[in-house]
Ligand binder design. Structure first.
Ligand code: CA
Length: 261
């Protein structure tokens, strides 16, 4: 991948997880820095300017959320939160505080690699506004500039708000977006009485863009948090008479486990 030699800062108080991350990330060609506390992590972030930060929320001393807020005061470096299962409120707060994504412990290396790839893609593609490419995943094609959506070659007609919602998801493809982010960015709202809008419109959208709306392939629910649109297919040479459609499996080499959901 193009991320070799990227510098990763891990802020995590549990030694076994740090060791696991070090072994995996170094095997993938990343440079690795580690901190055991939030304070130490802030110092290293400032002095070494990592390309991506993996942050445990449950830290002794300075809390993970405060670490995010402080880092966000001066840099947009991607922050992936490492979170114990079942703490959805923590994840939402972290994402709303400026984290880019989260991994639920325990997580597999395939999942970690995928999240890192998305984070780094958003970094390297980031600041400059490029012309928007045509987004493709499976049979779904979204042309943001032309405002056209096709599913398996057939034109899909979206209402303006559905298109706005889909466009936001496309721009954040591969990343989780919270209900709160959607409300703010799509509806420009922070009103509590509109909190159900994302759920309703996602439901409508799925009926238009999913081959099987009851079992969404593209627009996934992140239970209790929000939604995640699948990453775009990796553009490549013309598919030719190959073995067929994208399998959705990471190209990072670890064929083994797809992460458990
Ligand atoms: Ca911890």
């Amino acid at each position: 991948m193009t991320t070799d030699k990227a510098l990763v800062l891990v802020i995590e108080d549990e030694a076994p997880i740090r060791h696991f991350l070090r072994a995996f990330l170094e095997s993938q060609g990343f440079r690795f820095l580690e901190a055991q506390t939030g304070e130490e992590g802030l110092g290293l972030a400032a002095s070494h300017q990592p390309d991506v930060i993996l942050l445990d929320l449950g830290l002794p001393g300075l809390d993970g959320l405060d670490v995010i807020r402080r880092i966000r005061q001066w840099t947009p470096t991607p922050i992936l939160v490492l979170s114990a299962r079942g703490k959805e409120k923590d994840k939402i707060d972290a994402l709303d505080a400026g984290a880019d994504d989260y991994l639920t412990k325990p997580f597999g290396v395939g999942e970690l690699a995928a999240r890192m790839r998305v984070a780094l893609r958003h970094t390297t593609g980031g600041a400059t506004e490029k012309p928007e490419p045509v987004f493709r995943v499976g049979g779904l094609v979204v042309d943001l500039a032309a405002r056209r959506v096709r599913l398996a070659g057939a034109e899909v007609h979206l209402t303006p708000i559905e298109f706005k919602l889909l466009a936001y998801l496309v721009r954040h493809a591969g990343k989780v977006v919270t209900h709160g982010q959607l409300l703010k960015e799509v509806w420009g709202s922070v009103r509590g009485d509109q909190a159900h809008y994302p759920r309703i419109y996602v439901h409508q959208l799925r009926h238009k863009i999913e081959p099987d709306p009851a079992r969404p392939r593209f627009l996934r629910t992140e239970t209790g948090i929000g939604y995640r649109l699948e990453e775009a297919d990796v553009p490549g040479p013309d598919p030719g008479p190959g073995p067929g459609p994208d399998t959705g499996v990471d190209s990072v080499g670890n064929s083994a486990q797809q992460s458990e959901k």
